[in-house]
Design a protein around this ligand. Structure first.
Ligand SMILES: Cc1cc2nc3c(=O)[nH]c(=O)nc-3n(C[C@H](O)[C@H](O)[C@H](O)COP(=O)(O)OP(=O)(O)OC[C@H]3O[C@@H](n4cnc5c(N)ncnc54)[C@H](O)[C@@H]3O)c2cc1C
Length: 386
Protein backbone atom coordinates (compact mmCIF):
# COMPACT_ATOMS: atom_id res chain seq x y z
CA UNK A 1 0.00 0.00 0.00
CA UNK A 2 1.33 3.47 -0.86
CA UNK A 3 1.42 6.07 1.92
CA UNK A 4 -1.34 8.65 1.86
CA UNK A 5 0.16 10.84 4.50
CA UNK A 6 3.85 10.95 5.41
CA UNK A 7 4.84 12.56 8.71
CA UNK A 8 8.31 14.09 8.87
CA UNK A 9 9.72 15.19 12.22
CA UNK A 10 12.53 17.73 11.80
CA UNK A 11 12.66 20.47 9.18
CA UNK A 12 16.42 20.60 8.64
CA UNK A 13 18.25 19.74 5.42
CA UNK A 14 17.32 16.04 5.66
CA UNK A 15 13.64 16.56 6.51
CA UNK A 16 13.04 19.17 3.82
CA UNK A 17 14.88 17.23 1.12
CA UNK A 18 12.75 14.20 2.00
CA UNK A 19 9.59 16.36 1.82
CA UNK A 20 10.64 17.58 -1.62
CA UNK A 21 11.55 14.14 -2.98
CA UNK A 22 8.32 12.56 -1.68
CA UNK A 23 6.25 15.52 -2.90
CA UNK A 24 7.71 15.08 -6.39
CA UNK A 25 6.67 11.44 -6.27
CA UNK A 26 3.11 12.55 -5.51
CA UNK A 27 2.82 11.94 -1.76
CA UNK A 28 1.20 14.23 0.81
CA UNK A 29 3.66 15.21 3.50
CA UNK A 30 3.48 17.02 6.85
CA UNK A 31 6.73 18.43 8.29
CA UNK A 32 6.97 19.26 12.00
CA UNK A 33 9.84 21.44 13.19
CA UNK A 34 10.51 22.16 16.86
CA UNK A 35 12.01 25.63 16.33
CA UNK A 36 9.64 28.61 16.15
CA UNK A 37 10.48 28.88 12.46
CA UNK A 38 12.25 26.83 9.78
CA UNK A 39 15.81 28.13 9.97
CA UNK A 40 19.47 27.11 9.97
CA UNK A 41 22.49 28.25 11.93
CA UNK A 42 24.66 31.09 10.63
CA UNK A 43 27.39 29.05 9.02
CA UNK A 44 28.49 27.74 5.66
CA UNK A 45 28.33 24.27 4.25
CA UNK A 46 30.23 22.46 1.52
CA UNK A 47 28.05 20.54 -0.88
CA UNK A 48 29.95 17.84 -2.72
CA UNK A 49 28.94 16.42 -6.15
CA UNK A 50 27.12 13.40 -4.68
CA UNK A 51 24.79 15.88 -2.91
CA UNK A 52 24.49 18.45 -5.71
CA UNK A 53 23.63 15.67 -8.18
CA UNK A 54 20.55 14.90 -6.05
CA UNK A 55 19.62 18.57 -5.62
CA UNK A 56 19.87 19.03 -9.38
CA UNK A 57 17.64 15.99 -9.90
CA UNK A 58 15.10 17.64 -7.56
CA UNK A 59 15.05 20.72 -9.81
CA UNK A 60 17.12 23.05 -7.61
CA UNK A 61 20.03 23.77 -9.94
CA UNK A 62 19.03 27.30 -10.98
CA UNK A 63 18.21 28.35 -7.41
CA UNK A 64 21.48 26.91 -6.13
CA UNK A 65 23.45 28.60 -8.88
CA UNK A 66 22.07 31.90 -7.62
CA UNK A 67 22.65 31.20 -3.93
CA UNK A 68 25.87 29.18 -3.91
CA UNK A 69 29.43 29.75 -5.00
CA UNK A 70 31.72 27.38 -6.91
CA UNK A 71 35.20 27.43 -5.33
CA UNK A 72 38.06 27.22 -7.80
CA UNK A 73 40.31 25.00 -5.69
CA UNK A 74 41.02 23.45 -2.37
CA UNK A 75 44.27 24.76 -0.90
CA UNK A 76 46.23 23.54 2.14
CA UNK A 77 48.44 26.12 3.82
CA UNK A 78 50.93 25.95 6.68
CA UNK A 79 49.62 27.70 9.80
CA UNK A 80 52.70 29.89 10.33
CA UNK A 81 54.03 31.08 6.95
CA UNK A 82 50.97 30.44 4.75
CA UNK A 83 53.03 28.39 2.30
CA UNK A 84 51.00 26.02 0.15
CA UNK A 85 51.57 22.38 1.10
CA UNK A 86 48.96 20.90 -1.19
CA UNK A 87 46.15 21.86 -3.53
CA UNK A 88 43.52 20.40 -5.84
CA UNK A 89 41.28 22.04 -8.44
CA UNK A 90 37.54 22.06 -7.72
CA UNK A 91 35.22 24.01 -10.04
CA UNK A 92 35.67 22.54 -13.55
CA UNK A 93 37.50 19.50 -12.21
CA UNK A 94 34.46 18.35 -10.20
CA UNK A 95 32.08 18.85 -13.13
CA UNK A 96 34.43 16.94 -15.41
CA UNK A 97 35.08 14.09 -13.02
CA UNK A 98 31.62 13.69 -11.51
CA UNK A 99 29.20 15.60 -13.73
CA UNK A 100 28.00 17.74 -10.82
CA UNK A 101 29.30 20.87 -9.10
CA UNK A 102 30.99 21.47 -5.75
CA UNK A 103 29.32 24.33 -3.90
CA UNK A 104 29.86 26.52 -0.87
CA UNK A 105 26.61 27.89 0.45
CA UNK A 106 25.25 29.63 3.53
CA UNK A 107 23.16 27.09 5.43
CA UNK A 108 20.16 29.41 5.65
CA UNK A 109 20.32 30.00 1.90
CA UNK A 110 20.26 26.24 1.31
CA UNK A 111 17.32 25.88 3.67
CA UNK A 112 15.53 28.76 1.89
CA UNK A 113 16.07 27.08 -1.48
CA UNK A 114 14.60 23.84 -0.12
CA UNK A 115 11.70 25.62 1.61
CA UNK A 116 10.80 27.60 -1.51
CA UNK A 117 10.79 24.41 -3.59
CA UNK A 118 8.67 22.52 -1.05
CA UNK A 119 6.20 25.42 -0.88
CA UNK A 120 6.05 25.75 -4.67
CA UNK A 121 5.27 22.06 -4.96
CA UNK A 122 2.25 22.53 -2.70
CA UNK A 123 2.35 18.91 -1.45
CA UNK A 124 3.54 19.61 2.08
CA UNK A 125 2.05 21.11 5.18
CA UNK A 126 4.83 22.85 7.15
CA UNK A 127 4.40 23.36 10.90
CA UNK A 128 6.99 25.13 13.05
CA UNK A 129 7.00 25.24 16.85
CA UNK A 130 6.00 21.54 17.03
CA UNK A 131 8.38 19.51 19.15
CA UNK A 132 7.87 15.75 18.90
CA UNK A 133 8.27 13.86 22.14
CA UNK A 134 7.22 10.32 21.22
CA UNK A 135 5.94 8.09 18.45
CA UNK A 136 4.06 4.80 18.09
CA UNK A 137 2.52 2.57 15.44
CA UNK A 138 -0.37 0.17 15.31
CA UNK A 139 -2.39 -1.49 12.57
CA UNK A 140 -0.69 0.37 9.72
CA UNK A 141 -0.99 3.75 11.40
CA UNK A 142 1.82 5.85 12.85
CA UNK A 143 1.31 8.53 15.48
CA UNK A 144 3.58 11.34 16.65
CA UNK A 145 2.95 12.94 20.02
CA UNK A 146 4.02 16.53 20.51
CA UNK A 147 5.16 18.37 23.63
CA UNK A 148 2.04 20.55 23.62
CA UNK A 149 -0.21 17.49 23.88
CA UNK A 150 -1.26 17.38 20.19
CA UNK A 151 -0.77 14.31 18.03
CA UNK A 152 -0.55 13.66 14.29
CA UNK A 153 -1.49 10.45 12.51
CA UNK A 154 -0.19 9.16 9.19
CA UNK A 155 0.91 5.97 7.51
CA UNK A 156 4.66 6.57 7.36
CA UNK A 157 6.92 8.45 9.78
CA UNK A 158 10.41 9.79 9.07
CA UNK A 159 12.46 10.89 12.07
CA UNK A 160 14.78 13.58 10.69
CA UNK A 161 15.42 15.19 14.07
CA UNK A 162 19.20 15.30 14.02
CA UNK A 163 22.09 13.91 16.05
CA UNK A 164 20.20 14.18 19.37
CA UNK A 165 17.06 12.62 17.85
CA UNK A 166 14.28 12.28 20.42
CA UNK A 167 12.47 9.74 18.28
CA UNK A 168 15.59 7.60 17.90
CA UNK A 169 15.76 7.52 21.69
CA UNK A 170 12.18 6.22 21.77
CA UNK A 171 12.79 3.53 19.19
CA UNK A 172 16.07 2.02 20.28
CA UNK A 173 17.95 1.85 23.50
CA UNK A 174 21.53 2.92 23.05
CA UNK A 175 24.37 5.08 24.05
CA UNK A 176 24.39 8.84 23.72
CA UNK A 177 26.52 10.39 20.93
CA UNK A 178 30.24 10.20 21.82
CA UNK A 179 32.47 13.24 22.10
CA UNK A 180 35.48 12.62 19.84
CA UNK A 181 38.11 14.87 21.40
CA UNK A 182 37.76 17.87 19.08
CA UNK A 183 36.01 21.21 19.37
CA UNK A 184 35.04 23.57 16.56
CA UNK A 185 34.66 27.35 16.77
CA UNK A 186 32.46 28.64 13.95
CA UNK A 187 31.68 32.10 12.70
CA UNK A 188 30.88 34.25 9.68
CA UNK A 189 32.91 37.38 9.08
CA UNK A 190 32.28 40.26 6.63
CA UNK A 191 34.94 39.96 3.92
CA UNK A 192 35.52 43.70 3.55
CA UNK A 193 39.10 44.65 4.37
CA UNK A 194 40.30 41.08 4.95
CA UNK A 195 43.52 39.85 3.26
CA UNK A 196 43.29 38.36 -0.23
CA UNK A 197 44.36 34.90 0.94
CA UNK A 198 41.23 34.53 3.05
CA UNK A 199 38.81 36.11 0.58
CA UNK A 200 39.87 34.17 -2.54
CA UNK A 201 37.23 31.87 -4.05
CA UNK A 202 38.99 28.85 -2.69
CA UNK A 203 38.44 26.42 0.08
CA UNK A 204 41.43 26.93 2.38
CA UNK A 205 42.61 24.60 5.11
CA UNK A 206 45.22 26.09 7.43
CA UNK A 207 47.13 23.20 8.93
CA UNK A 208 48.83 23.28 12.32
CA UNK A 209 49.68 20.78 15.02
CA UNK A 210 46.59 19.39 16.76
CA UNK A 211 44.47 22.10 15.18
CA UNK A 212 43.32 23.38 11.82
CA UNK A 213 41.06 26.00 10.28
CA UNK A 214 38.79 25.56 7.29
CA UNK A 215 37.70 28.84 5.69
CA UNK A 216 35.88 29.83 2.53
CA UNK A 217 33.76 32.65 1.15
CA UNK A 218 29.97 32.72 0.78
CA UNK A 219 27.30 34.99 -0.72
CA UNK A 220 29.24 36.20 -3.74
CA UNK A 221 32.38 36.63 -1.65
CA UNK A 222 30.88 39.08 0.85
CA UNK A 223 31.26 36.76 3.87
CA UNK A 224 34.03 34.48 5.06
CA UNK A 225 32.96 31.32 6.86
CA UNK A 226 35.46 29.69 9.18
CA UNK A 227 35.58 26.60 11.35
CA UNK A 228 38.58 26.44 13.68
CA UNK A 229 39.03 22.94 15.08
CA UNK A 230 41.33 21.86 17.92
CA UNK A 231 42.02 18.86 20.08
CA UNK A 232 40.37 19.04 23.50
CA UNK A 233 40.20 16.27 26.11
CA UNK A 234 36.70 16.74 27.38
CA UNK A 235 33.44 18.42 26.61
CA UNK A 236 31.59 19.24 29.78
CA UNK A 237 28.19 20.65 30.55
CA UNK A 238 24.87 20.40 28.83
CA UNK A 239 24.42 20.67 25.09
CA UNK A 240 26.94 20.51 22.29
CA UNK A 241 27.10 24.12 21.20
CA UNK A 242 27.56 27.34 23.13
CA UNK A 243 28.61 30.96 22.62
CA UNK A 244 32.38 31.44 22.75
CA UNK A 245 34.84 34.31 23.20
CA UNK A 246 37.45 35.55 20.74
CA UNK A 247 40.02 35.30 23.54
CA UNK A 248 39.76 31.48 23.31
CA UNK A 249 40.77 31.66 19.66
CA UNK A 250 43.52 34.17 20.38
CA UNK A 251 45.01 31.74 22.89
CA UNK A 252 44.44 28.60 20.82
CA UNK A 253 45.78 30.02 17.55
CA UNK A 254 48.57 32.28 18.85
CA UNK A 255 51.54 32.29 16.47
CA UNK A 256 49.41 31.53 13.42
CA UNK A 257 49.88 33.54 10.23
CA UNK A 258 48.79 37.20 10.28
CA UNK A 259 46.06 36.52 7.69
CA UNK A 260 44.50 34.01 10.07
CA UNK A 261 44.81 36.49 12.93
CA UNK A 262 43.03 39.15 10.83
CA UNK A 263 40.21 36.75 10.08
CA UNK A 264 39.74 35.67 13.70
CA UNK A 265 40.02 39.26 14.99
CA UNK A 266 37.33 40.40 12.54
CA UNK A 267 34.77 38.02 14.09
CA UNK A 268 31.78 40.19 15.02
CA UNK A 269 30.89 40.33 18.73
CA UNK A 270 28.36 37.67 19.67
CA UNK A 271 28.89 35.77 16.41
CA UNK A 272 31.26 33.07 17.65
CA UNK A 273 29.99 29.62 18.67
CA UNK A 274 31.80 26.58 19.92
CA UNK A 275 30.76 23.01 19.12
CA UNK A 276 31.83 19.73 20.63
CA UNK A 277 32.30 17.21 17.82
CA UNK A 278 30.26 14.06 18.39
CA UNK A 279 29.30 11.00 16.39
CA UNK A 280 27.75 7.58 16.97
CA UNK A 281 28.74 4.11 15.88
CA UNK A 282 27.05 2.84 12.69
CA UNK A 283 23.68 1.19 13.28
CA UNK A 284 22.52 -2.11 11.81
CA UNK A 285 18.87 -1.14 12.07
CA UNK A 286 17.13 2.21 11.86
CA UNK A 287 13.83 1.18 10.31
CA UNK A 288 11.02 -0.10 12.54
CA UNK A 289 7.91 -1.13 10.60
CA UNK A 290 6.60 2.13 9.20
CA UNK A 291 9.02 4.39 11.03
CA UNK A 292 12.45 5.24 9.62
CA UNK A 293 15.30 7.43 10.77
CA UNK A 294 16.98 9.70 8.21
CA UNK A 295 20.10 11.90 8.14
CA UNK A 296 21.91 12.63 11.40
CA UNK A 297 19.17 10.88 13.38
CA UNK A 298 20.30 7.62 11.73
CA UNK A 299 24.03 8.13 11.14
CA UNK A 300 25.64 11.25 12.66
CA UNK A 301 29.29 11.64 11.76
CA UNK A 302 32.29 13.88 12.31
CA UNK A 303 32.62 16.70 9.75
CA UNK A 304 36.05 15.71 8.38
CA UNK A 305 34.69 14.53 5.03
CA UNK A 306 31.96 17.22 4.81
CA UNK A 307 29.40 14.47 4.26
CA UNK A 308 26.72 14.76 6.99
CA UNK A 309 24.22 16.76 4.94
CA UNK A 310 25.23 14.95 1.77
CA UNK A 311 24.28 11.63 3.39
CA UNK A 312 20.93 13.09 4.55
CA UNK A 313 20.27 14.35 0.99
CA UNK A 314 21.16 10.94 -0.50
CA UNK A 315 18.94 9.21 2.11
CA UNK A 316 16.01 11.41 1.14
CA UNK A 317 16.03 10.63 -2.57
CA UNK A 318 16.69 6.92 -2.05
CA UNK A 319 13.87 6.68 0.46
CA UNK A 320 11.44 8.37 -1.96
CA UNK A 321 12.58 6.06 -4.79
CA UNK A 322 12.04 2.98 -2.59
CA UNK A 323 8.54 4.13 -1.58
CA UNK A 324 7.70 4.60 -5.25
CA UNK A 325 9.20 1.32 -6.37
CA UNK A 326 7.77 -1.07 -3.77
CA UNK A 327 4.04 -1.45 -3.12
CA UNK A 328 4.54 -2.74 0.40
CA UNK A 329 5.60 0.15 2.61
CA UNK A 330 7.53 -1.95 5.10
CA UNK A 331 9.44 -3.61 2.26
CA UNK A 332 10.19 -0.15 0.83
CA UNK A 333 11.62 1.06 4.15
CA UNK A 334 13.69 -2.04 4.66
CA UNK A 335 15.13 -1.64 1.14
CA UNK A 336 15.97 1.99 2.00
CA UNK A 337 17.84 0.79 5.08
CA UNK A 338 19.62 -1.99 3.19
CA UNK A 339 20.77 0.37 0.41
CA UNK A 340 22.05 2.99 2.89
CA UNK A 341 23.62 0.83 5.59
CA UNK A 342 27.05 0.04 4.18
CA UNK A 343 27.73 3.42 2.58
CA UNK A 344 26.78 5.52 5.59
CA UNK A 345 28.74 3.23 7.94
CA UNK A 346 31.81 3.61 5.74
CA UNK A 347 31.52 7.40 5.76
CA UNK A 348 31.09 7.49 9.57
CA UNK A 349 34.19 5.36 10.07
CA UNK A 350 36.30 7.14 7.47
CA UNK A 351 35.33 10.57 8.85
CA UNK A 352 36.49 9.34 12.25
CA UNK A 353 39.72 7.96 10.82
CA UNK A 354 40.42 11.32 9.14
CA UNK A 355 40.19 13.25 12.41
CA UNK A 356 43.85 14.17 12.58
CA UNK A 357 44.50 14.30 8.82
CA UNK A 358 44.42 18.10 8.78
CA UNK A 359 46.25 18.50 12.07
CA UNK A 360 49.75 17.48 11.10
CA UNK A 361 52.18 19.23 8.82
CA UNK A 362 53.47 16.12 7.12
CA UNK A 363 51.17 13.69 5.35
CA UNK A 364 50.21 15.55 2.20
CA UNK A 365 50.12 12.23 0.28
CA UNK A 366 47.55 10.94 2.76
CA UNK A 367 45.51 14.11 2.35
CA UNK A 368 45.62 13.74 -1.43
CA UNK A 369 44.48 10.14 -1.15
CA UNK A 370 41.66 11.17 1.16
CA UNK A 371 40.63 13.89 -1.28
CA UNK A 372 40.42 11.48 -4.22
CA UNK A 373 37.16 10.11 -2.97
CA UNK A 374 35.57 8.70 -6.12
CA UNK A 375 33.47 6.31 -4.06
CA UNK A 376 32.00 9.29 -2.19
CA UNK A 377 31.56 11.93 -4.91
CA UNK A 378 30.84 9.52 -7.77
CA UNK A 379 27.85 7.88 -6.11
CA UNK A 380 24.53 8.53 -7.87
CA UNK A 381 21.67 8.27 -5.39
CA UNK A 382 19.18 9.20 -8.11
CA UNK A 383 20.01 6.12 -10.13
CA UNK A 384 21.67 3.49 -7.91
CA UNK A 385 20.16 0.03 -7.57
CA UNK A 386 17.40 -0.07 -4.99
C1 LIG B 1 31.40 21.82 12.29
C2 LIG B 1 30.50 21.09 11.30
C3 LIG B 1 30.70 21.28 9.94
C4 LIG B 1 29.90 20.57 9.01
N1 LIG B 1 30.13 20.76 7.68
C5 LIG B 1 29.44 20.03 6.76
C6 LIG B 1 29.68 20.19 5.37
O1 LIG B 1 30.49 21.03 4.96
N2 LIG B 1 28.97 19.42 4.49
C7 LIG B 1 28.04 18.49 4.93
O2 LIG B 1 27.42 17.80 4.09
N3 LIG B 1 27.77 18.35 6.25
C8 LIG B 1 28.43 19.08 7.17
N4 LIG B 1 28.17 18.94 8.51
C9 LIG B 1 27.13 17.99 8.94
C10 LIG B 1 25.73 18.56 8.79
O3 LIG B 1 25.61 19.77 9.49
C11 LIG B 1 24.66 17.60 9.33
O4 LIG B 1 24.97 16.29 8.94
C12 LIG B 1 23.28 17.96 8.80
O5 LIG B 1 22.88 19.20 9.31
C13 LIG B 1 22.26 16.87 9.16
O6 LIG B 1 21.00 17.25 8.69
P1 LIG B 1 19.69 16.64 9.39
O7 LIG B 1 18.55 17.29 8.68
O8 LIG B 1 19.78 15.17 9.43
O9 LIG B 1 19.76 17.13 10.90
P2 LIG B 1 19.74 18.60 11.50
O10 LIG B 1 20.40 19.56 10.59
O11 LIG B 1 20.25 18.49 12.89
O12 LIG B 1 18.20 18.97 11.51
C14 LIG B 1 17.32 18.40 12.46
C15 LIG B 1 16.10 19.28 12.58
O13 LIG B 1 15.17 18.64 13.44
C16 LIG B 1 14.69 19.57 14.39
N5 LIG B 1 14.31 18.81 15.58
C17 LIG B 1 15.14 18.24 16.49
N6 LIG B 1 14.43 17.60 17.43
C18 LIG B 1 13.13 17.76 17.10
C19 LIG B 1 11.91 17.32 17.70
N7 LIG B 1 11.90 16.58 18.83
N8 LIG B 1 10.73 17.64 17.11
C20 LIG B 1 10.71 18.41 15.96
N9 LIG B 1 11.84 18.86 15.37
C21 LIG B 1 13.03 18.52 15.92
C22 LIG B 1 15.85 20.52 14.59
O14 LIG B 1 15.43 21.77 15.13
C23 LIG B 1 16.40 20.64 13.18
O15 LIG B 1 15.76 21.64 12.44
C24 LIG B 1 28.92 19.65 9.46
C25 LIG B 1 28.72 19.49 10.84
C26 LIG B 1 29.49 20.20 11.75
C27 LIG B 1 29.25 19.97 13.22
Amino acid sequence: MKPERVLIVGGGIGGLTAALALGRAGYRVAVYEQAPEFSEIGAGIMLTPNATRVLRHLGLEAALDRAALRPSASVYRRFDDASVIGDAPLAEAMETAYGAPYFHIHRSDLLDVLLAAVRAQGAAELSAGRMARDCSQEGGEVTVQFRNGDAAVGDLLLACDGIRSTLRGRLLAGAEPRFRGQVAWRSLVPADGLPERVTARESVVWIGRDRHIVQYVLRGGSLVNYVAIAVQDRWTGEGWTRPAKRSELRAGFAGWHEDVQSLLEATPAGALYKWGLFDRDPLEQWVYGRIALLGDAAHPMLPFMAQGSAMAIEDAVILARCVEAYDDLEVALSRYQAVRRERTARVILQSRAQTSLYQRLSGDKKRQRAASTDWVYGFDATNCAI
